[in-house]
Design a protein around this ligand. Structure first.
Ligand code: HEC
Length: 164
């Protein structure tokens, strides 16, 4: 009888800890925001309608520095050049934008990749023809804040940023 109670208690604790792990895992899947958990870029793109995404971060030197480190860590430079000047992919330093210069378009392009972006009703201009598509980074970047930091960094490379 006594032993049974101990076993039952141990089983309950075991089950509870498994439930805990499961709920932590589901909070990380990108769709959950409860409890202030970070949202993934994929989750954010799904949650917001077209045209509504806006960078919530102000572009301080610290944010731009963090964005630069993330740009390098996520290997964007392999295609766009370590300083954004482009290799065989579009330059991020000029005023020519393939799909558009607004936050919404850039956030979705980097999250989904160019082919998925096109399938969502965004269109490609004739500028900067390239041989291949841009891959989506919505899985590789796990926190949407990190993508906004990268975008702040890209904006800091623009010629118009020098006027500010
Ligand atoms: C495998 C190569 C590759 C990698 C890696 C890559 N991109 Fe791209 N990127 C491209 C290509 C190709 C295009 C143009 C797509 C098109 O024209 O349809 C592009 C377009 C862009 C554009 C639009 C540029 C413009 O002038 O309109 C931005 C912004 C961008 N990428 C950001 C990023 C960021 C941020 C990362 C890293 C998280 C990244 N890219 C990683 C290949 C890449």
């Amino acid at each position: 009888m006594h032993k049974n109670t101990v076993t039952a208690l141990a089983t309950t604790i075991f089950v509870l800890s498994i439930l805990n792990v499961l709920s932590a895992a589901s909070a990380a899947d990108g769709s959950a925001t409860a409890g202030g958990a970070a949202m993934t870029p994929v989750g954010r793109v799904q949650a917001m309608e077209k045209g509504k995404l806006k960078n919530p971060l102000s572009s301080t030197p610290e944010i731009v520095e963090e964005g630069k480190a993330l740009y390098q860590a996520k290997t964007c430079g392999a295609c766009h050049g370590s300083n954004g000047s482009g290799i065989h992919c579009p330059s991020l330093k000029n005023d020519a934008w393939v799909y558009g210069s607004d936050d919404d378009t850039i956030f979705r392009l980097v999250t989904l990749g160019s082919e998925k972006l096109l399938s969502k009703g965004y269109s490609r201009g004739d500028k900067e023809q390239v041989a291949g598509p841009m891959p989506g980074f919505g899985e590789a970047i796990t926190d949407e804040q990190d993508l906004w930091k990268i975008i702040a960094y890209i904006r800091s490379l623009q010629p118009s940023a020098a006027d500010k």
